[in-house]
Ligand binder design. Structure first.
Ligand code: 3HC
Length: 284
């Protein structure tokens, strides 16, 4: 099972990043989002990043032409009919993911793999909604996709070894380090990282220190590349809150209870960098 053509569904931060690393590795990529403005923004963003790389001498104009020749963008999900894999990176909502994955199963060719980029949700549950649960698996990328080397590869209950192997190979070709993980809420990274970010938000909520002081302390005292609250803003506070809530539900353990600071910010629409405000203000 060799993957030659990749479909990416969802042209937000994660989808655009996945499309970028895939075309840079020489794959043909079909990038689809149902919202035309989101696709346009993603393609513009990729070209902006490539133009910067050309300026810095890290890429050539020919590289950029080749990337654009490999990249097709669309708003019509039927354009996935000849891809070998779809990496779905849409909203982190199990019901929507199940509905969309079912639709992908009806559109894609019979042997196409369906991957879902989820922060924490059950692959088995998503797979069971499709006509090919043996070809569904999780591919969990990290933000920013171009910088973070890891991809967690998560088979569902009936995913075949061939499918896992094909995705492991593809992950290596796009410059990532795949780590296979058994299905479990949050897999490895988010199971550990999200409670850490949540604790930082609880410390903030208690008034122990300001967001900047908490972040400074974790960078200088624990060697973190960025502080936990800046990270929450980068990942999206809505995403972190959704993962905490999922953990509470799945583990029935109050130790995952989300900080009130997350709820307040989400209610105010302050989701982090993507809305211009979160623990920090990005509007200036
Ligand atoms: N997008 C794309 N590229 C970025 C970027 C971004 N958001 N931020 C920085 N970069 C690039 C810069 O362009 C630069 O590239 P160049 O070397 O080609 O010029 C390079 O990164 C280094 O830039 P900086 O010196 O400004 O940045 P740092 O060295 O401080 O690194 C970082 C930035 C990689 C974001 C680093 O701070 C880091 O590793 N932070 C932690 C990120 C992390 O934990 N991510 C995982 C989040 S959890 C998740 O995604 C899972 C989800 O399910 C919740």
């Amino acid at each position: 099972m060799e993957i030659k053509k990749i479909g990416v569904l969802g042209a937000g931060t994660m989808g655009a990043g996945i499309a970028q690393v895939s075309v840079e590795a020489g794959y043909s990529v079909v990038l689809i989002d149902v919202v035309p403005e989101i696709v346009e923004k993603a393609v513009k963003g990729l070209n902006k990043a490539w133009a910067k790389a050309v300026e810095k001498g890290k890429k050539t104009a020919d590289d950029v032409s080749a990337y654009n020749a490999l990249l097709t963008s669309s708003t019509d999900i039927n354009d996935f009919k000849d891809v070998d894999i779809v990496i779905e990176a849409i909203v982190e909502n199990i019901d929507i993911k199940k509905k969309v994955q079912k639709q992908l199963g009806e559109i894609c060719k019979a042997d196409a793999i369906l991957a879902t980029n989820t922060s924490a949700l059950s692959i088995t549950e998503i797979a069971a909604a499709t006509n090919r649960p043996d070809k569904v698996l999780g591919m969990h990328f990290f933000n920013p996709v171009v910088m973070m080397k890891l991809v967690e590869v998560i088979p569902g209950a009936v995913t075949t070894d061939d499918v896992v192997q094909a995705v492991v190979e593809m992950s290596k070709k796009i410059g990532k380090e795949p780590v296979p993980v058994k299905e479990s809420p949050g897999f490895i990274v988010n199971r550990i990282l999200v409670p850490y970010i949540n604790e930082a938000a609880i410390v903030f909520q208690e008034g122990v220190a300001s967001a900047a002081e908490i972040d400074k302390a974790m960078k200088l005292g624990a060697g973190m590349p960025m502080g936990p609250l800046a990270l929450a803003d980068m990942v999206g506070i809505d995403i972190v809150l959704a993962v905490c809530e999922f953990f509470v539900k799945e583990f029935a353990d109050s130790k995952y209870r989300p900080s009130l600071a997350f709820r307040t910010k989400v209610r105010a629409g302050h989701l982090g960098m993507k809305t211009g405000k979160g623990f920090y203000d990005y509007s200036k």
